[in-house]
Design a protein around this ligand. Sequence first.
Ligand SMILES: Cc1cc2nc3c(=O)[nH]c(=O)nc-3n(C[C@H](O)[C@H](O)[C@H](O)COP(=O)(O)OP(=O)(O)OC[C@H]3O[C@@H](n4cnc5c(N)ncnc54)[C@H](O)[C@@H]3O)c2cc1C
Length: 457
Amino acid sequence: MSFDYDLIVIGAGSGGVRAARIAASHGAKVAIAEEFRVGGTCVIRGCVPKKLYVLASRFRDEFEDAAGFGWRVGDVSFDWPSLVAAKEKEITRLSNLYAETLANSGVELIRARAMLTDPNGVRFSNGGAARAGHILIATGGAPVLAPHIPGIEFGISSNEIFDLPKFPQRLLIVGAGYIAVEFASVFARLGAKVDLAYRADLPLRGFDDDLRLRLADALKSAGVAHRAGALPTRVTKCVGGLEVEMSDGAPLTVDSLLVATGRRPLTQNLGLEAAGVALRENGAVAVDEHSHTNVESIYAVGDVTDRINLTPVAIREGQAFADSVFGATPTTIDYEHTPSAVFTTPEIGTVGLTEAEALARHGAVDIYETQFRPMRATLSGRGERVYMKLVVDGANGRVRGAHILGPEAGEMAQLVAIALRMGATKSDFDATMAVHPTMAEELVTMRAPARRLGPQS
Ligand SMILES: Cc1cc2nc3c(=O)[nH]c(=O)nc-3n(C[C@H](O)[C@H](O)[C@H](O)COP(=O)(O)OP(=O)(O)OC[C@H]3O[C@@H](n4cnc5c(N)ncnc54)[C@H](O)[C@@H]3O)c2cc1C
């Protein structure tokens, strides 16, 4: 059977772009369809603009702390439209760069929405259609506006918050995941009055409890009002904003309501039924360890498969797919030891098992922890604390988890992940020379366990 392409990729985000580019470098004839902007969630309305806003928010502390170091900083003010415009310029530059890279790699970019018609056929919203030997679904995910309460449509998602025409002086954020807490931290530092409402007793379910507790305290100190156990029950428009009734009684009047309660894989209206592609219960494309669906010609990578929804993971999956299918190098991915960061201020950097997970999996664990005032805080007078924790396997001394809260924690997690992946033990950490004076040196200078858990204790 003859095809128009060896591969059609649907979605030019983190996973799709990498897969298309690498498949083309292996000699495949490739087309990629994108219905919005090349670069996907990460570049256009995820990691990149988010981190730019995080950096913007941290200048507040810089100005305040400078006084302790002898600087006299005059009146400062923040201009939201300038930040939005600067962000837009940068993501446009990146998006163009992605499109250029695709073109230079010989990948044909089809700026249209794509839909499967059968296991090898794709129809485009611009009226075109094509057939390919392989199809890769890399359509990512989208925010869900939940809970489904009256007026929830007046809320916005992370997609819209980046481009609000006016800075929200009063902002209610609903959600407890990393996106919710990151925006709470950003907008509080930029000067908004922020309320953070969530169902649980602490934000960041799935992270180590010691980090969750300390982060909640730090956000409170930064002015974020926590409404733990409270959710909105009704939203109505009122003069100058929104009136939000809350399950814990006290209503709120806000300029914006950011709903950050979750995301869903983008598998609807994609023609997956026509192609016979099986989905998991939550709507994600079901794949095996090779990102292969139940249909011979169709693969899927990234958030649409809902494995670990992070950009580096989508990129790795895209690369592994292209190397396996077009590069004759069967490749699977090691998801263990995937480090991650939460770009609040203070930041979280984490890799490996939480204390609770390690205890459940390994039975006996030693917990090493330290809490200290970073050097900068000595002169600035800021009451911040850095927290670090190593979760060590009681049976063989292997470091199973590292959890950090403090400045540059994400940078530290990236490096410590290499050690954990290589199977480093606590004695390897101990034998590693420190870099002084740094915060990271504390990772190799924790001597005695704070507590021993499990049968050994
Ligand atoms: C606010 C926010 C902050 C984030 N921060 C981080 C972070 O700090 N670090 C991190 O690692 N991850 C972060 N993420 C997650 C990260 O953005 C995603 O994991 C990553 O983008 C997934 O890549 P992907 O290729 O699977 O999908 P996406 O990047 O979402 O790309 C999918 C693309 O497919 C297109 N598309 C969808 N359907 C069709 C169709 N039918 N036809 C044509 N095109 C289609 C979409 O327009 C989109 O461009 C963040 C996400 C959000 C929302």
